[in-house]
Ligand binder design. Structure first.
Ligand code: DP6
Length: 403
């Protein structure tokens, strides 16, 4: 107990954080440094059983420099956005200590830090998310320094979409009005338990292509697209209000239609950017048509697609539709190899498709185009990992396993 009064020699914290997928998209900043968006956005946080980032943050008087490891490989700790997050968490820690000196074991803010971070999904699949990464970094650092409360503002400095990964369920990132960004924060619209039947299928496409990154892409869009300006000023405010109602009412048809329309408008602003940016390709268009044929066959919106700045498709649907749609995808994109591993994540029942559905929906199959389907659902926000055997760094502050 006497040692508690002194500064700790080594402190270590491990957190996990989720990926999120926007149904009203964020695209465009009004302040590039503070990462302030031109419009509010709304997302669904995905379950960490299927997709998560784990980060261990450690501080010690024995560390001689700040160091960072990503999936076991040492990486540059000097990245300006990472430094901004670190600076902001330390600033909050200092502020908090100024208020009360109640801390049992204050951590010396001048100690160097070691950070290790890993994803539980293959980076090559293009699911690697800066949102989960920065949400996890900020959660772990905040715990390390004993900072509590509003942290979405800090995560936002790492990556805009990261502020939405600081909460579970359905999350709105309000653009805010202030030039200093103090009101540009994430809020939970509804917890993950609000809509238990909602499911998410990620169609991981084969082959990865070099894409224009979000940060550079949206900058060009802000500079050149009049459609983006109209979207931010007129369309998004209306859609946000509507989307919140659909979520509140668990109205899948309304939610699904608006999700597809907003994804399509985001990609329309990319085409309206000059020179244009293309994130959708032939396969994306194939998946879009498939979803519309499926919905038309059923006479209502049963599945909804959305695409971000990469080739993977994300499908929202309800639990009672998963098995049938997965079978439609399997028939439309017959797996080349690994047929048994084609569906991953939450279990999917087996069904045989009625002949008239096959004829109406499964036209011209494209073998091997989709690598696998990941079945998941909405989930909670960042979590503290209590079990110290789960730390990614050993007692010496170095990565435990390099994989
Ligand atoms: C298309 O958050 O990755 O996924 O703020 O520059 O780091 P930066 O961009 P980022 O952009 C995400 C864009 C999107 C839409 C969304 O998630 O809302």
């Amino acid at each position: 107990a006497a040692a508690m009064a002194e500064e700790r020699a080594l402190a270590m914290v491990t957190c996990t954080a989720p990926v999120n997928i926007a149904v009203i998209k964020y695209w465009g900043k009004r302040d590039d440094d503070l990462i302030l968006p031109i419009n509010s956005s709304l997302s669904v946080t995905l379950h960490q059983d299927q997709l998560k980032t784990t980060t261990t943050a450690s501080a010690s008087r024995d560390f001689v420099e700040d160091r960072l490891w990503l999936n076991g490989e040492e990486a540059d700790v000097g990245h300006p956005r990472l430094q901004a997050c670190l600076r902001e968490v330390r600033r909050l820690a200092r502020k908090r200590r100024g208020g009360s000196a109640e801390d049992a074991a204050p951590l010396n803010l001048s100690y160097k830090i070691h950070i290790a971070t890993e994803n539980n999904f293959p980076t090559a699949a293009g699911l690697a998310s800066s949102a989960a990464g920065y949400a996890c970094l900020v959660s772990a650092l905040a715990r390390l320094y004993g900072v509590e409360g509003e942290l979405s503002e800090v995560a936002r400095r790492g990556s805009g979409s990261a502020c939405r990964s600081m909460l579970g369920g359905f999350v709105e990132w309000q653009r805010g009005e202030r030039p200093d960004g103090r009101d540009s924060l994430a809020h939970q619209v509804a917890p993950e338990t609000h809509w238990p039947e909602l499911r998410v299928l990620i169609l991981v496409v084969s082959g990865k292509k070099k894409q224009v990154g979000s940060t550079a892409g949206m900058q060009t869009s802000v500079d050149t697209s009049p459609l983006l300006k109209h979207r931010a000023e007129v369309v998004v405010p209306e859609r946000l209000a509507l989307m919140m109602r659909h979520i509140r009412d668990r109205d899948f048809e309304g939610f699904g239609q608006l999700t597809m329309q907003d994804s399509n408008q985001f990609h329309a602003t990319c085409l309206d950017t000059f020179p244009p940016i293309f994130y959708l390709n032939d396969l994306s268009r194939h998946i879009i048509s498939l979803a519309h044929r499926f919905n038309a066959h059923h006479g209502r919106t049963k599945v909804a697609y959305t695409f971000d700045a990469g080739p993977n498709a994300v499908i929202f649907t309800l639990a009672d539709t998963v098995a049938e749609f997965v079978e439609v995808v399997r028939r439309s994109f017959p797996p080349a190899t690994n047929g048994d591993q084609f569906v991953r994540g939450l279990p999917v029942g087996s069904v045989s498709l009625p002949e008239e559905l096959l004829t109406a929906v499964v036209t011209e199959p494209v073998p091997g185009a989709i690598q696998y389907i990941l079945h998941t659902k909405p989930g909670p926000g960042p979590q503290l990992v209590d079990d110290s055997s789960q730390h990614l760094l050993g007692a010496d502050g170095l990565p435990r396993r390099c994989s």
